[in-house]
Structures are given as C-alpha cells and as structure tokens.
Ligand binder design. Structure first.
Ligand SMILES: [Cu+2]
Length: 112
C-alpha cells in the first residue's frame, strides 16, 4: 500500500511538470533596456507563461510556459504585435512605428 501511494504521488508530480517547456526567443531588433522591459511585459501576464528572461546583450530571451495552456506561436505573436521581431516572425509594422526612437533599429532612425 505504501509503495502504491508513493507511485501515485510520484506520477502526479511528473504529470504536473511534464508540460512545462522552456524555449529560446531570438530578439534581434531589441535596442535598449526599454525594449527588454516591453517584451517582458508583453508576455509575463499571458496565461500559461511561468517565466520570462530577456538578455539585452545577447538579444535572446528565455521563456518557460505550460504547453497545455499556451504555445510558442501565441507567445511569439504577442511579441511581434508590440513591434519586435522574434524568431522567424516579423514585427507588426504599425506597432514598430509607435516605438520610442531609441527602440528603433539604427538604420531606421533619421539622424538629421
Ligand atoms: Cu528600446
């Protein structure tokens, strides 16, 4: 009986964690600290997202999410919709236009 119980407990613990996925996000159009905060804020409150870390220097993010609640595509779309390229998705042009000037790609900023 004891063995049976511990098997049940172990399998419960496994099933609770089994759908957690950590994925990498390539954020190559991020320019400044504000960008990384924007990206974090765009997905931190999404249902199913456990954790988001954005590293400005390497322009990479790491997101941990519950696959039963959300998929990577939805997360990527949320980031693209606020104006940033992510993985193979291109930023929403209208949202990109509204970004602060420091958040735009250097080649898009008119210097005169
Ligand atoms: Cu920025």
């Amino acid at each position: 009986m004891k063995i049976f119980l511990s098997i049940v407990i172990i399998s419960l613990a496994i099933s609770c964690n089994s759908d957690k996925i950590t994925a990498e996000l390539k954020l190559d159009t991020m320019q400044c600290l504000m960008c990384s905060i924007n990206v974090e804020e765009a997905i931190v409150d999404l249902d199913g997202v456990n954790k988001i870390e954005v590293d400005l220097k390497s322009k990479l993010g790491k997101v941990t999410y519950k696959a039963s609640l959300i998929d990577l595509n939805t997360i990527e779309n949320a980031i693209a919709s606020i104006g940033y390229n992510v993985n193979d998705k291109t930023a929403d042009p209208a949202a990109y236009e509204k970004l602060e000037i420091c958040c735009k790609k250097p080649e898009d900023v008119d210097l005169d």
